[in-house]
Design a protein around this ligand. Structure first.
Ligand code: TXE
Length: 504
């Protein structure tokens, strides 16, 4: 008798279309079992001191480094990115975050004294950062190592245990993460990995976890938040971006053009903080466009050493890129170079593309394209550039290019985004002490820095007595003089100026 094959899905090599593996689609029961195991592990793990947790994370990092070749190979074969991209934005970024928390993490989680003010001078107060419990991490495919490891490691160091659901596009990287933690030994069960698509992710959100850390699209982020709202489960959402780059008329155009080309095409443009649209002031527009086109044509796309970018990672994403470019052309945009899939090549290869004569009626200027496309728009001045930059539902990353620091900083203040780089782009992510996250529909909450650890904590406020008064003044029975005393306190404490304080 034939039995139905277990429900599952294939993961592919986007460079060739070859099937890499068939994996199980975990359902609600599997997810619940993983959460239960993580809950069992929570007690002993949360009881450890920060340094003990860090020791374990360092063992995992050691293993990752020992297995670098294998890990990089899995990343490249599931995403189509090149080794330097996997080593820098995935491995280095992960190792550096751990390094940052090794140095600064304990301080971020230490209890802090809070001034009690003059109403309760006999008390002392502090806040402490307590682990929450089990954290559900749902990660995307564009940086499958670092965008999973960042919330996983942060949640662990804060004392939580984790169930990770990697993207169904890159599950092998997720399983590799699970293997690293399992083989690091000593603390079994602190990281569980479940595989599957949206159904598995949804089951994790509804599995009674204490926090969900989600990285992905705005559309799915809203579904996650709606599902989490049913149990008031807190969410950290790292969503998409439509990151603007503003090039002022006094900018170093040579540098800005190279920055734009790297910022738009690195990782085949599949970075939530990549340069997604450029506003260039009139006086320098022509030169900027010429340089960008020249350097775009020089970008080497292919497999292996001697190339700058690899393939795209996900078939439906290439469809989005094609749709955006077609929509822009239909509305009057011009393709100066690229604008099509690489002819005659199997797999997900799209040419680096420069678009001009674009405007905000076009999808390519409004929705996340998430591919190697660089639309450039001419603007009059700083004011118009900022207005257009802010004409967006997104607010993740951005950049300003100007030789005048004051001017650049003023624009940086005016841009509605969680992150701004001045005379550079994207690299702020490499500073693990800088909180990273979005405003508007780019997300809620922050990873990295102090915020990134405290995101996985409940803040507990504690009040204790410095000395015992025996009876507190506000306790029953209220003394007869209390009303007059309270009036006096209000006047004396909050009126401004000595004369006013003494006025009845
Ligand atoms: O993301 P999804 P996709 C953007 C980019 C891209 C778009 C779609 O614009 O075109 O997102 O990419 C899981 N409940 N970014 O389809 O659907 C899913 O299995 C719970 C931005 O890959 O958001 C995966 O693990 N989870 C980005 C994760 O959510 C659900 C990175 C992300 O998938 C779910 C990648 C549900 N109902 C794409 N449905 C960034 N911010 O960096 C799906 N998932």
């Amino acid at each position: 008798m034939e039995t139905d094959p277990a429900p599952g899905f294939d993961t592919l090599d986007p460079r060739t279309g070859e099937v890499l593996a068939h994996l199980p689609e975990h359902g609600p029961e599997d997810v619940a079992a993983a959460v239960a195991r993580a809950r069992d592990a929570f007690g002993p793990w949360s009881a450890l001191a920060f340094d003990q947790r860090m020791d374990h994370v360092l063992t995992v990092r050691d293993l990752l480094i020992d297995r670098l070749d294998r890990v990089v190979d899995v990343i490249c074969s599931e995403t189509g990115k090149l080794e330097p991209e996997a080593l820098s934005a995935e491995v280095l970024a992960t190792c550096e975050l751990i390094q940052h928390y090794r140095k600064h993490g304990a301080r971020a989680l230490r209890s802090e004294k809070v001034p009690v003010g003059s109403l309760l001078p006999h008390k002392r107060a502090w806040r402490s950062y307590e682990p929450m419990g089990v954290v559900g991490v749902i990660s995307p495919w564009n940086y499958p190592l670092t965008l999973a490891m960042t919330p996983v490691v942060s949640a662990l160091l804060a004392g939580n245990t984790v169930v990770l659901k990697p993207s169904e596009v890159t599950p092998l990287v997720g399983l590799e993460i699970g293997r690293l933690f399992a083989e690091a030994g000593a603390h079994p069960g602190i990281v569980q990995v479940v595989t599957g698509g949206g159904r598995t992710g949804d089951a994790l959100v509804r599995a009674g976890v204490q926090k969900v850390a989600f990285t992905g699209s705005v559309r799915t982020g809203k579904l996650v938040m709606a599902a989490a709202a049913e149990t008031l489960t807190p969410v950290l959402l790292e969503l998409g971006g439509k990151d603007p780059m503003i090039v002022c008329d006094d900018a170093d155009i040579d540098r800005a053009a190279s920055g734009a080309v790297w910022g738009a095409y690195m990782n085949a443009g599949q970075t939530c903080m990549s340069v997604e649209r450029v506003y260039v002031e009139d006086a320098v527009y022509d030169r900027f466009v010429d340089l960008v086109v020249e350097r775009t044509r020089a970008v080497r796309q292919g497999r292996g050493p001697g190339h700058d970018i690899g393939s795209m990672s996900f078939g439906p994403q290439v469809d989005i890129v094609e749709r955006h470019v077609a929509d822009a052309e239909a509305k009057g945009a011009k393709v100066l170079t690229g604008g099509r899939r690489v002819p005659g090549r199997a797999g997900l290869w799209y040419e680096p593309t420069v678009l001009v004569d674009v405007d905000h009626t076009m999808d390519v200027m409004r929705d996340e394209t998430f591919g190697p496309v660089l639309p450039i728009m001419r603007v009059r001045d700083d004011e118009e550039a900022v207005r257009l930059a802010n004409d967006s539902l997104y607010g993740l990353n951005s950049s300003v290019w100007s030789a005048d620091d004051e001017r650049a900083e003023e624009i940086a203040r005016a841009i509605e985004a969680g992150n701004v780089c001045i005379n550079d782009c994207m690299v702020s992510y490499a500073v693990a002490g800088l909180p990273f996250g979005g405003v508007k529909q780019s997300g809620i909450g922050r990873i990295h820095g102090v915020e990134g650890l405290r995101a996985f904590c409940n803040t507990k406020s504690v009040l204790a007595s410095r000395f015992d008064l025996g009876r507190e003044l506000q306790w029953f029975p209220l003394p007869g003089w209390v009303t007059a005393a309270l009036r006096r306190i209000v006047r004396l404490r909050y009126r401004r100026g000595l004369r006013a304080k003494l006025r009845p």
